[in-house]
Design a protein around this ligand. Structure first.
Ligand code: AMP
Length: 114
């Protein structure tokens, strides 16, 4: 999508601290980190959000989790633990309508979240 901020990051039209890129997904540091490690993993194709996922997206979604787990390992938070989050809609605070998986770690997190 031409005006989607994460599509622009995928296309290298706006800068981001990219930590992973392959033919399915791109991962970059969140601009407003909520934990010592806070990375967003996004599909290269535009999907509005987790509420739009169907079986047709199975390989893309599997790739997102595979990359998230590999990044947790490479960023040294695999053993201490981490949180993977999809926000969907207003009550969850979704603010960007391009599917993104939050990878958060490096500190102890409360449950349930506020
Ligand atoms: P959500 O609230 O789940 O929609 O998360 C959107 C996330 O995208 C927030 O954590 C923002 O800080 C992050 N974000 C927004 N714009 C950018 C950007 N240009 N680069 C990196 N992260 C961004």
């Amino acid at each position: 999508m031409s005006n989607c901020i994460f599509c622009k990051i995928v296309r290298d039209e706006i800068p981001a601290k990219i930590v992973h890129r392959d033919d399915r997904v791109t991962a970059f540091h969140d601009i407003n980190a909520q934990a010592p490690t806070h990375i967003l993993i996004v599909p290269n194709t535009h999907i509005r959000g987790a509420d739009e996922i169907s079986a047709a997206h199975a390989e893309t979604v599997a790739a997102m989790f595979t990359v998230a787990n590999a990044l947790a390992e490479s960023h040294g938070i695999a053993a201490s633990g981490y949180r993977l989050v999809f926000n969907v809609g207003p009550h969850a605070g979704q603010s960007v309508f391009h599917l993104h998986l939050h990878l958060l770690g490096g500190r102890r997190m409360a449950w349930p979240p506020g």
